[in-house]
Design a binder for this molecule. Sequence first.
Ligand SMILES: Cc1cc2nc3c(=O)[nH]c(=O)nc-3n(C[C@H](O)[C@H](O)[C@H](O)COP(=O)(O)O)c2cc1C
Ligand code: SF4
Ligand code: FES
Length: 617
Amino acid sequence: MDLHLTDATATADERAAIDACLGAPESGWEGGARDQARDGRFALGGRAARARRHLLLPALHALRDRVGWVSEGAVNYLALRLTVPPAEIFGVASFYALFDTKPVPPTVVHVCDDIACMNAGAGERIAALERTHGLEGQPCAKGRATWKRSPCLGLCERAPAALVQRAGEGRADSTIAPVTDAQLTEAIERDTTPPRAAEALPQRGEPDLRLLRRVGVVDPASLADYRRRGGYVALARALELGCERVIREVSEAELKGRGGAAFPTGRKWAAVAATPEGPRHVVCNADESEPGTFKDRVLLEEDPFAVIEALTIAGFAVNAEQGWIYVRAEYPEAHETLAHAIAEARRAGLLGDAVMEHRGVRFDIELRRGAGAYICGEETALLESIEGYRGEPRNKPPFPVTHGLFGRPTAVNNVETLVNVLEIVAGGALAYAGLGVADSRGHKLFCVSGAVQRPGLYELPFGATLRALLERAGGTRPGRTLRAVLLGGAAGSFVTPDQLDVPLTFDGTRSIAASLGSGVVMAFDDTADLEAIVRRIARFFRDESCGQCVPCRVGTVRQEESLHRLACGRADRDAELVLLDELDRAMRDASICGLGQTAAIAVRSAVEKLGLFGGDA
Ligand SMILES: Cc1cc2nc3c(=O)[nH]c(=O)nc-3n(C[C@H](O)[C@H](O)[C@H](O)COP(=O)(O)O)c2cc1C
Ligand code: SF4
Ligand code: FES
């Protein structure tokens, strides 16, 4: 294949970073030293190299971690190593927000200016940064650092938050929350990152917890501690029951996916297991980028072996030998914890060729990092991303259960969904189905943030009301009144104070034209600038649209423009409201994926229920 390389060459550092990820090149055809006797006779690389295309993202990460950015020379070298044209590699690198294709200083501080952080002083942090360190994206600290605004970093309960990326050997990314002006200056000017505040776990150690029972109690680095607290009982039982019975238990428990779509997990697994040919895959979706959502991060950081055990059960049930965990790059601590836990599980024979000494039960897990793209949480975009492509959703059907990762049958499940499986398998479907209510079985995690006294991650049986949840979180601060609750995240909708008695179930929320989404419960009191919040939501969708289909690519831009015109007070209000309505319908009806289909829901609810932008509440 003619790769159309340019003249730029990779530096020694860049080659070392790529080789550390892909292994040393085997021939001159792959960018290594040319040996005429060997390379003059036959070509190495080609098809075999292209089969390693899925290593493109890990290789780009290796470059970013070591040198900070992806240069033209590095792209040429990667092109040779993987036999992928440089233009295509550039197309992939430029898709993801956390890869830079222009030089950047080795330290990049990403300051969240998304909705929870906006409400918690992110604007003041950013104004202070502009005064002391110059504008966003400009080098500061003598060229050693820069700062940028970021969408939600999944630390909303401790808002405002920041992510510190540090390139260079031996340096690592980290997060700070809540972050102060002084801490931002320290992160920018010194090579140290101030520690993150302790996890907000208001229910730590409570006896009725199921999903969070170990969270905040178990040592996440210790497999022995995990096993002491009931870990790996569920996998042992699954191996006893056999795969068909495990799927039956999950179906009878009526477990529904917690990633937002509420699809029955048992049905998904049965469909993958029923496909005539493997290899099959199971994928844990840990991309969690919905603004306001942080539940999966807490599970990954605090109880990583639970996620690994549950994914192993999923793999066993559908007869898959390979599992993948795709975790967003904004979660460096979760990534590190998981990498350690996977290595420990492998060492203990809980992953590998004979899981728990069962001959013929092979299962292993690869850990992959996203690179700053909300759309990669959509399951088919996630699969594209693992395969080394831009994270653009696929047209469905066919669905991943038959045509998933590398075109093979694949079950994609959310972190929280998987953790529920432990409860079902260990305790039985009957006991599990006894929790919650008719359409919504089991317990649910809620990410409570914003204007409440005790923000944090809460677990309640399905059926508790929104009012009860807010009361558990301490209600609003003294002297403040609740104005609205954003339920379900940016793709969810606003709920008014007179709707607080809604039961938090799939059907209950539907009855008030809302949805549970990813479990976001973000409260706003009378001090919030709700129109600014809604405009930030619109900007989020504009930024995160992958641009593949017109209704969403153009619709999200037009929606944001219309809200700005309304906010300035210079617009024909009625005409703008008609336009917003048309945009909503076009995006909902004609977008390829859920991003476009939900991009107007929060805006619409803000206009219709809260009377913002001149709407009739
Ligand atoms: C724009 C978009 C973003 C999504 N982000 C996530 C995510 O971060 N995590 C997740 O589990 N599901 C996410 N989903 C839903 C997934 O496509 C998929 O339904 C889910 O991973 C399936 O797992 P479950 O059945 O266990 O819920 C997203 C969907 C869309 C349309
Ligand atoms: S709806 Fe938006 S995010 Fe989804 S495929 Fe179309 S352009 Fe991409
Ligand atoms: S961390 Fe800032 S909004 Fe979530």
